[in-house]
Design a protein around this ligand. Structure first.
Ligand SMILES: C[S@@+](CC[C@H](N)C(=O)[O-])C[C@H]1O[C@@H](n2cnc3c(N)ncnc32)[C@H](O)[C@@H]1O
Length: 263
């Protein structure tokens, strides 16, 4: 996975969890390794259901969350406060018993795998699950590194599928990156699917380059606001450049907090 929690983004989620009355219900959708699930549970305030699509990832996440919570806060009864669900959140059928029962959903680095229809399905489910006027959605999407090239592409194409390639010059021992990367952006071809990431070293005129190809759905603040419609109001936006994310990060992130409006 290669991702780790980002304090600025996690702070928004965890501060909100901690400010809630006890035993409010939250979801972590696309929990991955469960880093946010653990944080939410350790506030001691929330009951969290963690959804993960991939079976192997799900099992690893479940074991990791249980172990970490027991180690750090043995006074919490993990069996009571956490639920683990393996499968596709977008196809789960929630009965009327779930309506309005949730105070928060975390969707961290997941929506860049989803097209507009999938994001729309997620928004519909979240709106149904949330307490009106109270529930908050914490959503972070990965975006290509901003720059002239990507900005031009984004202006011409709005949000949607994007292929981008980042080319970094390597030092002579191939252990470090020199200078500023070159980034090219275009529409992906048919075989280049979202989630595609491919890294290789290429030699050009006796120079070695680390080449990273990536395909994703990219979103902007405006496209997310459109997808959220009138069921949510964006109350906070955080833009993170690669340097805010980590020393090896080569992408950027857009993070929003949105409040469920009253119907
Ligand atoms: C890049 S990881 C991020 C994991 C975690 N949220 C984090 O911030 O570290 C995205 C995860 O979302 C999961 N995922 C993608 N679509 C999903 C879906 N429809 N339902 C449940 N999980 C999904 C993937 O399997 C993957 O583990």
């Amino acid at each position: 996975m290669g991702f780790f929690p980002i304090a600025l983004v996690q702070k928004e989620l965890l501060t909100f969890c901690a400010s809630q009355p006890s035993r409010k219900r939250f979801m972590d959708v696309g929990a991955g390794q469960g880093s946010d699930t653990v944080g939410m549970l350790l506030t001691g305030k929330t009951h969290v259901t963690a959804y993960e699509l991939q079976k192997a990832q799900f099992e690893e996440m479940q074991a990791r969350v249980k172990t970490l919570v027991k180690e750090v806060s043995p006074e919490l009864t993990i069996e009571t406060i956490a639920r683990f669900r393996s499968g596709d959140f977008l196809t789960v059928k929630f009965t009327g018993a779930f309506e309005g029962g949730y105070t928060g959903i975390n969707l961290n680095k997941v929506a860049h795998f989803w097209d507009d229809a999938q994001l729309g399905a997620f928004v519909g489910k979240a709106a149904f699950l949330f307490e009106q006027g109270v529930g908050r959605l914490f959503m972070t999407v990965v975006t290509p590194t901003p720059g002239d090239e990507f900005d031009r592409f984004a202006r011409a194409n709005d949000s949607g599928l994007v292929f981008f390639q980042r080319k970094d010059l390597l030092n002579s021992s191939l252990t470090g990156i020199l200078g500023t990367p070159t980034i090219t952006t275009r529409k992906p071809s048919a075989h280049e699917k979202p989630g595609h990431i491919y890294q290789t070293v290429k030699q050009v005129k006796a120079q070695n380059y680390l080449v990273t190809d990536r395909v994703m759905f990219y979103h902007t603040e405006a496209s997310l606001a459109r997808a959220l419609g009138d069921k949510f109001r964006i109350i906070k936006v955080i833009n993170l450049a690669p340097k805010d994310i980590g020393p090896d990060a080569f992408e950027s992130m857009l993070s929003i907090v949105a409040e469920r409006t009253d119907d």
